[in-house]
Design a protein around this ligand. Structure first.
Ligand SMILES: [Zn+2]
Length: 145
């Protein structure tokens, strides 16, 4: 359920996205709050500036949370973001332990506004193969003798 407080923080994330445009960056912004609603960190997209495909604000905040917060504290945070996290960021968010995500535009709405945003081809993947060889470093790490 989205509350008035959620909407206020979402408006701030949208404001971060708008500010990013004035800096020459892509229009995506996010922030992370603690359980009391206090803002812990903010970020915007710097993919072009940093020449880094992973410089999405959601992934930056997920990495920040995983690095700076204990798991129990991360679980009590909420990410507010101007657009629904992409699959790359969603994976990072899961691994970070962030407890909740609230977004403004859905991916579908974003693609409707900018069809290029959804123009990601699937990459062919072949496997599994070489199981016995590939399992050796896994066994060495997780089941040392
Ligand atoms: Zn992303």
């Amino acid at each position: 359920m989205i509350t008035i407080e959620d909407e206020t923080l979402l408006r701030r994330a949208i404001g971060i996205a708008a500010h990013a445009v004035t800096l020459g960056d892509a229009p995506y912004g996010s922030l992370l709050t603690g359980p009391d609603g206090a803002i812990l960190a903010e970020a915007h997209n710097t993919v072009r500036r940093d020449n880094d495909i992973a410089a999405h604000p959601e992934l930056k905040l997920a990495r920040w949370a995983a690095r700076e917060l204990a798991p129990a504290a991360a679980a009590r945070t909420t990410m507010y973001t101007s657009c629904q996290p992409c699959t790359m960021c969603a994976g990072g968010i899961v691994r970070s332990g962030i407890g909740r995500v609230v977004y403004a535009l859905s991916t579908e709405q974003l693609v409707e506004l900018n069809p290029q945003s959804g123009d990601w081809p699937t990459v062919p993947q072949d496997g599994p193969v070489l199981f016995e060889e590939a399992r050796a470093p896994i066994d060495a790490y997780y089941r040392p003798t």
